[in-house]
Design a protein around this ligand. Structure first.
Ligand code: DGJ
Length: 729
């Protein structure tokens, strides 16, 4: 019965579309990108290479009808020829043939939402075209505005939803996602990255079959990135193939659902994970979701990577810092761990300075009660046993050396052995009659509480105000468990995770506003909280606690598929997880493909190690504008080969640097990867101009380098080389 009526609806829609013409709706404006149409009533969004079309049916439903390669004129058919596609804002209500983005309970316990189109507006937001569509429930005073902001040159649609309670009784939101898209019916492969501690961003690929595939976080720890790529089966190449992709601007708990219906169409929904969560929307209140960015490219995996990284730099990262060259830093964690004192830190700083380091960071261990990881977290005052005169005399000496100074903090956690916990045991997450699990001897502060927020704000404000700190490494080392909040009113208790993230964001935002000159690093036991919510607030991400260079080649390659290189901090350290004894030069070459740091105990270095490090840091500084602000092309994947290569090209194509890495060497032809061509083709050069290669000093045309390529320049396991290509014409 239901299917039949849907088919009829689909045919009607198809006829309407075939006869339709774009024209303006009364009271609406038009941008080049968003056009209002009257027959059918709706909108066509046309960006560089994609088209998105929405219609309003005679029954007042807002329906997406097309999303994919650019169509000229009116797209001819509804999505996937499949009449059962979900609405633009699918809700829990009516037929259940979709993944709802809104689920609510009204004051009389009615759980069924029925939305109807009210009005729409085309405007601009921060210079980009914006379509706002207002729908309202047919009976209850519940208004839903869905936004689509278009970034045409990048083929991106930013979607988010605002719901408003215009009635005089609370509405309980049981689910509110950021948005949904539907793709033409076909067989799709889903690609995304996930992992675990020390093994972040491992690529995952699966065919979507009938049913729902969910990727989600339930304990605030991701070790992946809230992002996905969808492509037709076997159609996604490195630089070719259509891909639909998306990423969510949210930390904490998030989810994506990929719902394939039996007739083949795919709906993707994503947003905050409402598992064990609700939100009570009081009279007059509005709830806004985080942004979910959807994109389309015709240029394969690298098209996704380039689009995302450009988008993140231009539209997500802090304007003041997005292009600022990142300082080369030294972090003393591996050298001294918790045993920090003025004398040792100064000795390290002096050597660091002689190597060319610009920022000296003291990691864990500097605050009261922190002799090991069993105590001290929560007491954010300097340990006077370790620094009898406080940190300022040391900071001054470090500054006098010509180095900036940075510090580690982990504000969201507390050790039971701390003054803070003794004074406020009720400030941690806990459920009555349950043990609060400790991880690394830590409990988690309930940052949803305003008193916890105030305490953290005061502590961190004072720390930054009283010291010349230029870099803050913000760590978060445990997953969420037992998220109980017994002394909150019952209706607030399940809001706790959303309130926590909101206060976390507010805390960072407030501090950054007050101390704009401080760099912020985002760390979460490695890359446990890497997402666009944090990217809009912090400048660099600690991608993994795994600093073995071989593992890092994999981790970094994956990371660069979703995020810009100037956000990826990487240190050279003593770590040699696989007993491969990689050389110091190899370690530098790996760490130099992002934001370079040094984590060794450099007091133990020989003169030759120091001079090699100084040489590599100087080389890094030379290439830094290219690495930090150029365009990254992942040329050879370590996941499919025994080697890897990354290319960084300046935005004017005038200079390129290629990082070549050999992994374990195998006999030529003995593995699929080694049967590939031994040539590597560069990308993004000026075809007609000549480039001088540092590999052999020879001049090559850009065309030659891109079509024929350079011979793989390495022999032997765990060898590396950085080559430059300078345009000379
Ligand atoms: C975990 C981080 O990932 C490390 O880099 C270091 O900061 C330790 N925490 C310190 O406790």
């Amino acid at each position: 019965m239901f299917k039949k009526s849907c088919r009829v609806f689909g045919l009607v829609l198809l006829c309407i579309l075939l006869a339709s013409q774009p024209c303006l709706l009364r009271g609406q404006s038009r941008t080049d990108v968003i056009t209002a149409t009257e027959n059918p009533k709706g909108w066509i969004i046309t960006s560089h290479s994609s088209t998105y079309q929405l219609v309003v049916t005679d029954e007042g439903q807002v329906m997406p009808v097309y999303y994919g390669p650019a169509q000229h004129g009116i797209p001819q058919k509804p999505i996937g020829d499949n009449p059962g596609i979900p609405a633009e804002i699918p809700v829990r209500g009516g037929f259940a043939n979709k993944t709802p983005v809104i689920e609510a309970i009204f004051y009389d316990n009615n759980r069924d939402i029925d939305l109807q189109f009210e009005r729409a507006e085309i405007s601009t937001l921060n210079g980009y075209p914006l379509l706002s569509i207002v729908q309202a429930d047919r009976h209850y005073q519940f208004e839903v505005t869905s936004f689509i902001r278009v970034i045409p040159s990048l083929d991106l649609l930013e979607k988010w939803i605002e719901v408003r309670n215009l009635g005089n009784k609370s509405i309980r939101l049981e689910n509110l996602q950021s948005g949904s898209i539907s793709l033409p019916a076909d067989v799709y492969e889903l690609n995304y990255v996930s992992g675990y501690w020390g093994h972040e961003y491992q690529p995952q690929a699966t065919l979507l079959t009938t049913g729902t595939k969910t990727i989600q976080v339930k304990d605030f720890k991701s070790y992946g990135i809230p992002a996905f790529i969808l492509s037709r089966e076997n159609n996604l190449g490195d630089v070719t193939g259509n891909a639909w992709f998306g990423t969510l601007h949210y930390s904490g708990n998030w989810r994506f659902d990929f719902d394939k219906d039996p007739e083949g169409s795919i709906q993707v929904a994503g947003g905050i994970n409402f598992w064990d969560t609700w939100w009570n929307l009081k009279t007059g209140d509005t709830f806004s979701t985080p942004i979910l960015t959807f994109g389309f490219t015709t240029a394969g995996r690298e098209g996704v990577a380039r689009t995302l990284s450009k988008y993140e730099k231009e539209n997500v990262m802090k304007k003041a810092n997005k292009d600022r060259l990142r300082p080369v830093l030294y972090n003393s964690w591996y050298a001294t761990e918790f045993a920090v004192n003025e004398k040792d830190q100064l000795a390290l700083a002096k050597i660091a300075k002689s190597l060319g380091v610009e920022m000296f960071v003291i990691d864990d261990g500097w605050f009261e009660g922190r002799v090991n990881d069993k105590g001290g977290l929560g007491d954010w005052t300097v340990d006077l046993k370790k620094f009898p005169n406080g940190l300022n005399p040391l900071i001054k000496k470090i500054n006098d050396l010509g180095l900036d100074f940075g510090l580690w903090i982990e504000p969201e956690m507390v050790n039971p052995n701390s003054n803070l916990f003794r004074k406020h045991p009720d400030w941690v997450f806990n459920f009555p009659n349950r043990t609060a699990n400790e991880v690394r001897n830590q409990l988690m502060l309930n940052l949803a509480r305003e008193d916890v927020y105030d305490f953290l704000y005061q502590s961190l404000h004072t720390l930054l105000k009283d010291h010349n700190i230029k870099y803050l490494k913000w760590d978060m080392n445990r997953p969420l468990s037992e998220p109980g909040w017994p002394d909150a009113p019952l209706e607030m208790q399940r809001e706790v995770r959303i309130r926590y993230v909101a206060n976390l964001y507010k805390l960072i935002d407030t501090l950054r506003k007050e101390f704009p000159e401080v760099w912020f690093e985002n760390c979460s036991s490695g890359g446990g909280r890497v997402d666009l919510g944090m990217l809009s607030r912090t400048d660099v991400f600690w991608a993994s606690d795994n600093t073995d260079p071989i593992d890092r080649i994999f981790i970094q390659y994956s990371y660069l598929g979703y995020l810009p290189a100037n956000t990826m901090i990487s240190w050279t350290t003593h770590e040699d997880a696989h007993n491969t004894h990689p050389s110091l030069e190899y370690k530098f070459d790996v760490a130099m493909s992002g934001v370079l740091g040094v984590g060794y105990d450099i007091t133990k270095w020989s003169d030759s190690q120091k001079s090699l490090a100084a040489k590599k840091i100087a080389e890094y500084k030379e290439l830094r504008p290219l690495i930090n602000n150029g365009i990254v092309h992942r040329l050879v994947s370590p996941y499919t080969s025994e080697k890897s290569a990354l290319e960084f090209v300046s935005t004017d194509s005038g200079k390129a640097a290629v990082f070549f890495y050999n992994l374990g060497e195998v006999m030529h032809g003995s593995t699929p990867g080694s049967r590939n061509s031994t040539k590597v083709q560069l990308r993004d050069l000026d075809a007609q101009k000549r480039y001088k290669s540092s590999l052999d000093g020879v001049l090559y045309t850009g065309e030659y380098l891109m079509k024929v390529g350079v011979a793989w320049p390495l022999h032997g396991s765990y060898t590396s080389k950085i080559a430059t290509f300078d345009r000379i014409d």
